[in-house]
Design a protein around this ligand. Structure first.
Ligand code: G
Ligand code: MN
Length: 253
């Protein structure tokens, strides 16, 4: 019982509001430091424990969605990072569908994030599992897009709804010609394919403004919110809901 679900806001540029949250796992070791997931995920994958941990995260996120649905009645989506090993379970999508139904949460409130590392396992089985998620109505996001060499192949093989542009391309986007060409090309391609775009690792106002001009749909990063506890994020969501009910007087009137 030392795991805790943390949540990082994802901001919709047009709405200027939190549209999604990414669930990030923390390990609160008693009397020791708090560990972010990247410290132990690799070991969990090698030992196979990732299957149980991943299942815990999915159940946690779905029950959190049910709580927020009841307590703040705000339509929020949460994305969950799924390991390639989990995608090798052909019954994964239906198991998660069962959790959603038991908690009366709509599949459209859940997003599955996958990365390219899954190349080490069977791409065919992963593709079938992802197809099943899609049939159920759960959306798929491709994480860390652009890193690794097979991103385009995944777009071809997997049913992708959202591309998350890796932070290495965002870091110096306003001054690095190469990176801003890459990012604007990814955004243009995504629009043509009717795929949503999220820029990862947005840390400065300059990056934010640049991405707004490029018409990137959503941003995630320390500028707009660090990963935080469910209590902290709930406060933010409540504040947002109150301001949506009482919008400030339009600026351009
Ligand atoms: O691979 P993935 O994109 O899921 O990684 C999420 C990780 O990125 C989390 O550990 C989170 O703390 C970290 N992160 C989130 N926002 C930022 C940011 O603006 N800058 C940096 N450097 N890391 C970030
Ligand atoms: Mn992710």
């Amino acid at each position: 019982n030392e795991f805790e679900g943390f949540y990082q806001p994802i901001i919709n540029m047009q709405q200027g509001a939190i549209s999604k949250l990414e669930a990030l796992l923390r390990w609160n070791q008693s009397e020791k430091e708090i560990l972010a997931a990247f410290n132990f995920i690799e070991v969990a994958e090698r030992s196979g424990l990732i299957i149980k941990i991943g299942d815990w995260v999915c159940r946690k996120v779905i029950s959190q969605l049910a709580i927020w649905q009841k307590e703040i009645a705000l339509d929020i989506q949460i994305s969950v990072n799924i390991s390639s090993l989990q995608l090798q379970q052909p019954d994964l999508a239906d198991k998660i569908y069962g959790y959603l139904q038991a908690n009366r949460v709509s599949p459209s409130n859940l997003i599955i994030e996958v990365t390219e590392s899954m190349v080490i396992h069977s791409v065919e089985i992963a593709a079938q599992t992802l197809k099943r998620f899609r049939e159920i109505g759960i959306r798929i996001a491709l994480d860390d897009f652009g890193m690794g060499y097979s991103s385009f192949q995944y777009l071809q093989k997997f049913p992708v709804d959202i591309i998350k542009i890796d932070r290495v391309f965002i870091r110096d986007i306003e001054e690095n010609e190469c990176n801003n060409s890459i990012v604007s090309a990814i955004i243009a391609m995504s629009k043509k394919m009717r795929i949503g775009t999220v820029a990862e690792g947005v840390e400065t106002e300059a990056q934010f403004k640049y991405l707004y001009r490029l018409k990137c749909e959503e941003v995630q990063g320390y500028l707009t919110g660090k990963p935080m506890s469910s209590a902290q994020v709930q406060q933010l969501l409540e504040k947002q809901k109150a301001s949506l009910n009482n919008p400030p007087i339009a600026i351009n009137q």
